[in-house]
Design a binder for this molecule. Sequence first.
Ligand code: 16G
Ligand code: ZN
Length: 533
Amino acid sequence: MASTDKILEASAKYPKPAERQFQYGTAGFRMKANLLNSVVYRVGLLAALRSKKLNGQTIGVMITASHNPPEDNGVKLVDPMGEMLEASWEQYATQLANAESDDALGKLYNKLLADLKIKEDVPARVIYARDTRASGATLVTCLKDALDATGTEYTDYGYLTTPQLHYLVRCINTKDTQYAYGDISEKGYYEKLAAAFKLAMKGKTTKGAVTVDCANGVGGPKLHELVKHLDGIIDIKIVNDDVLKPETLNSQCGADFVKTQQRAPPSSKVGPNDRCASLDGDADRIIFYFADKDNTFRLLDGDRIATLAASFLADLGRQSGLAEQLKIGVVQTAYANGASTQYIEKSLQLPIICTNTGVKYLHHAAARFDIGVYFEANGHGTVLFSPAALKAIATYDPKSPAQKAALETLQALTELINQTVGDALSDLLLVEAILAHKGWTCQEWLLTYTDLPNRLVKVEVPDRNMFQAVDAERKLAKPDGAQKEIDREVGKFSMGRSFARASGTEDAVRVYAEAATRTEADGLANQVANIVR
Ligand code: 16G
Ligand code: ZN
């Protein structure tokens, strides 16, 4: 078969590293960049197959390793509506990446064509982008070779944040339909967000500036672009936006640093009570924080953004007269602070679903509500509006000026929120708009509930696959007896909760523990870590 010849010819340039097994995990493939050439080439083949299978709809390929160190890189696929690759296709990515020889790869490609009943003559269309890592250029070459070998039509969008690529994929595939998502360009993305933000703010102002640490990643230049469209209605100070020194990426700054270290980037120069935010390396996560008047670090993580957004949306639903049509729910993972879970259930009186870690799980669960708010504690999240909710919000006839005002804010939020995936830039503006409406500073936001002290420990284990989690990763089914031991430890601590789960991105088991006091949380985490070790 002619096309297989081309695939084999190009593949010869990218031999699979021997004795390496790859797995398409929660965030695609991610590892040291120098191991990725063959993987990215093969992901390109899969992107072509996926597009053909879906009748030539456009598939996205993002080259990024997010919050990982500068020497890492990664690759993941974006499905037509801007969602993560459908889970059932992850195994094909894994199989292609692990084909030991070019010959095996060619056979597998043809087998997938046959098994998945893919018509070769259907066109394939792909768009791709990358973050600012130095290794990105080489990996783009590997990807292009695969797209050329498969006769795929493609567009290179250069540097983008991950959510911007998701946005573009959805725009392309919904063009000229009633679900048209926006103008198919990076500029269209800024214009959409800026217009929606101006509508949402409606003359309200935020209290003081927000300082945004961009992790020295792609979010820096993109936030500068976005700010140009905001006409100065908000004061955004941008720091850690150096993309010319690749070694500074995610180093001593960024959302992952701040969340895991529970402190501000050492370079931070803000004063007490100044509102701060940090993005991660590909700008799909954001967290907020500040130092209080005693200079104590205060974190406002993904749980806080979820509770803020859910309470605001619930208020708007009631005020607009649409509460019945807009049933709001919140999706969390086991990492959500127990105090946030309790606040959502008791104070906000909203339903919660707990899912496995990983955006794809949260995203699907959120789609079950009219308005589904999902955030991981690490700051990745967004809000999904169901088609029925969007219709109700767009067409409802308000019965009073108060209803009209609330409805207009809701309408603006449906445009402001990136519904394809968590988006740090969109989430930044969402939080700022809500704080402006509530007239809140970070202190008032923090006062809504008090986080339980918690500790996260990484435990190196010989084989993480021994650890089988169930019940949305809150319990261990394997190894035998481990859960019983964990339960026994948890029982010794007041307000104790703990779980252990195998990481999806590293060769390790993560242990999370929370309890009434810092010392108890640390103690419980250590006890459970010892059980796992
Ligand atoms: C990936 C996930 C992230 C999750 C993290 C957990 C996506 C896009 N990213 O980065 O949501 O929090 O993995 O990592 O789904 P872990 O399994 O190593 O704890
Ligand atoms: Zn990220």
